[in-house]
Design a protein around this ligand. Structure first.
Ligand SMILES: [Zn+2]
Length: 168
């Protein structure tokens, strides 16, 4: 860490300099207070030294309560028959071309976007958004566009082929 003087145009000079040494500048440095030289930075052209990006403003939200147990992460897990997990968050769509594609693309009768999941107040719902293929919850068909609450242990079927277990 060295002490330097920075002229009005941003040139760096030795701490004892009285006049800017930059050719063509020659700013008076007699009244300039030496400052500690910042950490060496990658010079991008001759622009001013890079400033660290401002920290993003904190999103407004409920004030953290110190002694309330933290809410569980709003993630729902669906267990496949071969033991994989499909993890989704509030608003996610699940289907052959959506969340879970790595597994669900093996099922041609599963819709590209088959269901959508929502979390609210620690409860989860699913909505059947499939255009053509049925959705069953615990053996009961969920009509297209309708929502049902889902709980751990519920069995979900996308089309008649793909069985998933709700884990949460
Ligand atoms: Zn200068």
């Amino acid at each position: 860490m060295a002490w330097i003087k920075i002229c009005a145009k941003g040139h760096r000079n030795e701490r004892g300099a009285m006049v800017c040494a930059q050719p063509g500048c020659e700013d008076d440095l007699s009244g300039v207070m030496p400052v500690e030289e910042p950490e060496p930075q990658v010079e991008a052209g001759s622009g001013p030294p890079a400033v660290p990006a401002p920290t993003p403003a904190q999103a407004p939200g409920p004030a953290p309560a110190s002694h309330v147990p933290t809410k569980p992460e709003a993630i729902i897990r669906l267990l496949t028959e071969d033991g994989r997990e499909i993890m989704a968050q509030n608003g996610d769509k699940i289907g052959r071309n959506a969340i879970g594609t790595e597994y669900l693309q093996n099922f041609p009768t599963v819709g590209r976007e088959h269901i959508q999941v929502f979390s609210q107040n620690e409860a989860w719902r699913l909505k059947n958004i499939s255009q053509t293929n049925p959705t069953f919850l615990n053996g009961q068909e969920v009509p297209r566009g309708e929502e049902r609450e889902i709980k751990p242990g519920d069995e979900l079927k996308l089309s008649t082929k793909c069985r998933l277990l709700i884990v949460l």
